[in-house]
Each structure stands twice: as structure tokens, then as C-alpha cells.
Design a protein around this ligand. Structure first.
Ligand SMILES: [Cu+2]
Length: 174
């Protein structure tokens, strides 16, 4: 019994001893890593990645009048659009992405996205030659103007660009 116990104890020491060594090595390597950690933390933070340049958005606007402005009649209206190409309509009509022409609603509601201009309605003027200006006579008072980009089939541009390709303003004529 005594022999066995001491043998077991001996064996126990023999068997645990190498593990202690391994644990000690592990502890050393862990502390080694821990010691190196602050070095990486001290490195200057990587500069924030530049935001990927977002696609330039098409946007339509009046170049000569602004919302809330007061003007004398006749009013020279000039239109402009960024990141969109103004082209004359073709025969037969064809719609191409990113291209179109101006429509102007005078004292009338903007046409809904995807709607085709109402032919023969004098409230809706269509600039099918790709022209970008008109001189309009107004009576004194307030007037609504809604400038919209239409595609080559006279359809008010639909989709996510719609809101930026519709510009509604109110002007006052003295
Ligand atoms: Cu049109």
C-alpha cells in the first residue's frame, strides 16, 4: 500500500511536472503576446476609408427665378439640369436613360411620375427641341411653376430620380 501510494505520488509528480512546464511556456507565450499587444494598439489609427463617391444625382432647377421671388411680367424662364442630358425628341419617339427634355406646368399641378404630358393642355408646355427657355406673360399675383424632366416619350421621369427631376416653385408677379 505504502509503496503503491508513494509510487502513485511519484508518478503523479512525474506526470504533472511536464504539464507544469507546458503551462509555464503557455503563460510565457501568452504574456509575450500581451506584451506585444500595446505596440499594435499604439499604431496610429488607419485613416477612415474615404466614402465611395456616390453617383452624382440628376437635378433640375430654374436658372432665372427662385421660389418665393417677385418678378415683373414678362418673365424670362431659363431651365437647367445637372447630371442629365437634354436632347430633342426623336421620330419615332425613343426614351433613353439619363436623357430627356423639359416640361413646364404653369398654374397646374406637377404631372405624376411616369405620366405622359397631356397633349393640347395649354397649362403644360413641352420643350421637345431640347430648348431650355421661354418668356411668359403673367397677370399680377402669385403663380405656380412646375419644371419636370420628361423622357423621349414625354413621360415624366420616374424612379428614384423623380423628386430631383421635378422642381415646383411659386413666384409673385408685381
Ligand atoms: Cu415632352
Amino acid at each position: 500500500m505504502t509503496f503503491n501510494r508513494s509510487a502513485n505520488a511519484f508518478l503523479g509528480r512525474r506526470t504533472t511536472s511536464p504539464w507544469l512546464g507546458v503551462l509555464a511556456l503557455l503563460a510565457l507565450s501568452i504574456s509575450g503576446c500581451a506584451a506585444e499587444e500595446p505596440v499594435t494598439e499604439d499604431e496610429p489609427a488607419a485613416p477612415a476609408e474615404a466614402e465611395p463617391a456616390s453617383e452624382p444625382q440628376p437635378q433640375v432647377f430654374f436658372a432665372t427665378v427662385e421660389d418665393g421671388g417677385t418678378y415683373a411680367s414678362p418673365v424670362e424662364l431659363v431651365f437647367a439640369v445637372d447630371n442629365f442630358t437634354v436632347v430633342p425628341i426623336e421620330d419615332p419617339l425613343i426614351a433613353r436613360p439619363g436623357e430627356g427634355h423639359y416640361h413646364l406646368a404653369v398654374d397646374a399641378d406637377c404631372a405624376a411620375a411616369g405620366d405622359v404630358i397631356v397633349a393640347g393642355n395649354p397649362s403644360y408646355i413641352h420643350f421637345g427641341t431640347g430648348n431650355d427657355n421661354i418668356s411668359l406673360q403673367f397677370e399680377a399675383g402669385t403663380h405656380r411653376l412646375c419644371l419636370q424632366m420628361a423622357d423621349g416619350e414625354h413621360r415624366v421621369i420616374d424612379g428614384p430620380d423623380h423628386s430631383l427631376l421635378t422642381k415646383e416653385i411659386q413666384i409673385t408677379i408685381e
